[in-house]
Design a protein around this ligand. Sequence first.
Ligand code: FAD
Ligand code: NAD
Length: 465
Amino acid sequence: PPDQLDADPTKPTLVVLGSGWGATSFLKSLDTDDFNVVVISPRNYFLFTPLLPSVTVGTLEPRSIIQPTRYITRHKKRKVSVYEAEAKEVDPTKKTVTFQDISDVKGAATDVTINYDYLVYAVGCENQTFGIKGVNEHACFLKELGDADKVRQKIMDCIETAAFKGQSEEEIDRLMHMVVVGGGPTGVEYAGELHDFLIDDLKKWYPEVADRLRITLIEALPNVLPAFSKQLIQYTESTFKENRIDVLTRTMVKDVKEKAVVVQDANKEIREIPYGLLVWATGNTSRQITRDLMGKLTQVQTQRRGLLVDDYLSLLGADGVYAVGDCTATSYAPTAQVASQQGIYLASVFHKLGQKAKLEQQLTQLRAQPSADPAEIEATVKKLNRAAKLTPFHYSHQGSLAYIGSEKAIADLPLFNGNVASGGGAAMLFWRSAYVSTLYSVRNRTMVLADWAKVRIFGRDVSRE
Ligand code: FAD
Ligand code: NAD
């Protein structure tokens, strides 16, 4: 039985795994009237990932871009149980989820298994390393809030160590070399933020070493931002050139050592590039729990890239399981836009499921009454048929936006049937207003606006916690 306070035994149990873009937009739109809802995620908050690169250099403070999951669930009509825990196993045959408290502080209960009637699977992805040696040990990632904090600490450590009395010239060059691997939007936006930090703040605070800072972006393909249009790629690459960000394309990282990356260039030549800070942004791969779930459904789950779902986001091969976001393998890119639209769509599917269950119950009761009005039965059947009819998920692309540093942003907007690449105040304003308007709450908006104002007035804080 569902281990849940206030659970109504007449209602089905809906378990939601995750608190990211997919799960949060689902929860926000979900009508909890018809289900006992349980949310399980190792993170007790939602993270606004598009602004994460800004946290790495202190343009934004970490807490400005997160919102507790309970902020959403506590306003729901019926109680929603939220557990800070990591789902360890999904059994699609027994319809159970096993989850574990993985935090530092533990009580008597650490491992729990619950039954579900419906499961919304939205656990996202983990960082792709392609099994390259040394990545996990020596590189920083840029996916979670803790990653951005780690990057911020490491940058300052490199700079302070470079400025240390008697530091050798060779070590200063290494420590002040910030290398980013992966020229997708994450790598590009991070390189842009780092450049701003150098120009706006480092020159003021660390004049003795600031000029030695170098940023290198390494990309295996012939250009950065492969998913953007040619014009926007050129604009980004020329902006990076102006900003003295070295872009090494057709260059593949083969090995990561403690102080240098080993790369192979277009001529198949192997060389070492020394670094102080290494940020690894080469995309996504499935989490272990997702691979385990695929392993239980091998007949139909045949894509290593992610889970296969039908047009209604129902997981192939499993009854009552739905999947959204980065953990799925669909024709859409793994983006926040897709995950949040899928979450909203899925909430509408559950609304219909709730209606359908109610109508089925009504119909059973009506049919059991000898004096029931046949017209009423017929009307209920019609309503039931309507509730049972679902329209497939349809993605509406609102455009792609990326900040590339020095107050320049690029935008791929379907509205203008083309691309807008622009710099200066207008682009910056557009980028900022687009993100501020999609932030989760008034609290987040206020905090982000205040952080931007603080940085403009006082500059970024270079102290190390
Ligand atoms: P996530 O948002 O990653 O959420 C997954 C959730 O599952 C998390 O809460 C996690 O804690 C939880 N979880 C993990 N393991 C378990 C488990 N075992 N059990 C239970 N829960 C679990 N996209 C855009 O469209 N525009 C952008 O500008 C943009 N910028 C980005 C910038 C950065 C730096 C990054 C990293 C990504 C960016 N993206 C952007 C991509 C976007 O963030 C993802 O596509 C989106 O987060 C996917 O949503 P999701 O819900 O599938 O996964
Ligand atoms: P990505 O998959 O988009 O890009 C990773 C890049 O790393 C690729 O270009 C790949 O060729 C390169 N690469 C892989 N292995 C390499 C190696 N060994 N050496 C050198 N280069 C290597 O990853 P991402 O940038 O993290 O983005 C992930 C998803 O999140 C995408 O769907 C993206 O659209 C989305 N996102 C969007 C935005 C935005 O819209 N502003 C920002 C960040 C992320």
